[in-house]
Design a protein around this ligand. Structure first.
Ligand SMILES: C/C(=C\Cc1cc(O)c2ccccc2c1O)CCC[C@H](C)CCC[C@H](C)CCCC(C)C
Ligand SMILES: C[S@@+](CC[C@H](N)C(=O)[O-])C[C@H]1O[C@@H](n2cnc3c(N)ncnc32)[C@H](O)[C@@H]1O
Length: 260
């Protein structure tokens, strides 16, 4: 049965706390801004991903799901699920005996995910539940999931090590976390190409939808992100026993595979 459970988001959703914490460089304020940004882009997010990546994002998402090792009957968590692309792919892998949970803090993204679920006819999609929650405080017990994916999400959380620790905590020992995201390349040419594409293709296209600043954020978020080697280190420090980062999409994207 499809469900959108409205988990309370402790510090983010209280206006009083929001007001008290509105100082410069405040992670809570930053997180609220990002939550609002992803809610604003929700209506066009899927179409723009298809358009801007010329459909390639679907291939990268399939690779991320494959790397997660998810199999028939598994319980899998898709953190920062957005409109649900990875959750739908995972759902096909685990089948009706499995269970997928898609978690995100932007309600509008989850509503898009839920309506896509209703429009799709495959029986397996009934195994997906959507939960409104925070990647920094996952509402699940320790050692609960057989696999976890996070696609284009880790770069957007305000505390990457904390999110890694949380995902490690709720993953069963021996299970895998698969992290798909833009690659913060150490190759100057790749970074230049990435920046050129964002400045000259992504932002102008997004501007025509009235979303210029939302997509300008993409460039700074990649700059402030971690390189593949740094991500491997964060994963090991968070408690994973192995971590390998693979460059994909000509080095524009990356996928970290970490085993608990
Ligand atoms: C998958 C894409 C975007 C996801 C995305 C992630 C975010 O963190 C956001 C934050 C704020 C707003 C929006 C987003 C967001 O949409 C689309 C990526 C497009 C890229 C610019 C890549 C372009 C790739 C080429 C067209 C194909 C390259 C082929 C390759 C050489 C094999
Ligand atoms: C770029 S979208 C990726 C969506 C989807 N995974 C995909 O690959 O298309 C990033 C998502 O991360 C979510 N997000 C960012 N920080 C979060 C947090 N702390 N907790 C939960 N979701 C978060 C946003 O709401 C947004 O839906």
């Amino acid at each position: 049965m499809a469900s959108l459970q409205l988990h309370s988001l402790p510090p983010l959703s209280s206006p009083l706390r929001q007001h008290r914490r509105l100082s410069k460089h405040n992670p809570t304020r930053c997180s609220i801004n990002r939550q609002a940004l992803f809610s604003r882009i929700a209506p066009v997010y899927d179409n723009l991903n298809d358009l801007l990546s010329l459909g390639h994002h679907r291939v990268w998402k399939r690779m991320a799901v494959s790397w997660s090792g998810a199999k028939e009957g598994d319980s899998v968590l898709d953190v920062c699920c957005g409109s649900g692309d990875l959750a739908f792919l995972l759902s096909e892998r685990v089948g009706l005996d499995g269970q997928i949970i898609g978690l995100d803090f932007a309600k509008e993204q989850l509503l898009v995910a839920q309506s896509r679920q209703h429009l799709r006819s495959k029986a397996c999609y009934k195994n997906i539940k959507w939960i409104e929650g925070n990647a920094l405080c996952l509402p699940f017990p320790d050692s609960y999931f057989d696999a976890i994916t996070i696609g284009y999400g880790l770069r957007n959380v305000v505390d990457i090590p904390k999110a890694m620790e949380e995902m490690c905590r709720v993953l069963k020992p021996g299970s895998v976390l698969s992290v798909l995201d833009f690659n913060k390349s150490s190759e100057p040419l790749t970074s230049l190409l990435q920046e050129w594409m964002i400045d000259n293709v992504v932002v102008p296209v997004a501007s025509s939808y009235g979303l210029e600043s939302e997509y300008k954020y993409l460039k700074s978020s990649i700059k402030e992100f971690r390189t593949g080697k740094e991500l491997e280190k964060v994963a090991l420090e968070a408690g994973f026993c192995s971590a390998t980062h693979y460059e994909i999409g000509g080095g524009l994207m990356g996928n970290l595979v970490a085993m608990r």
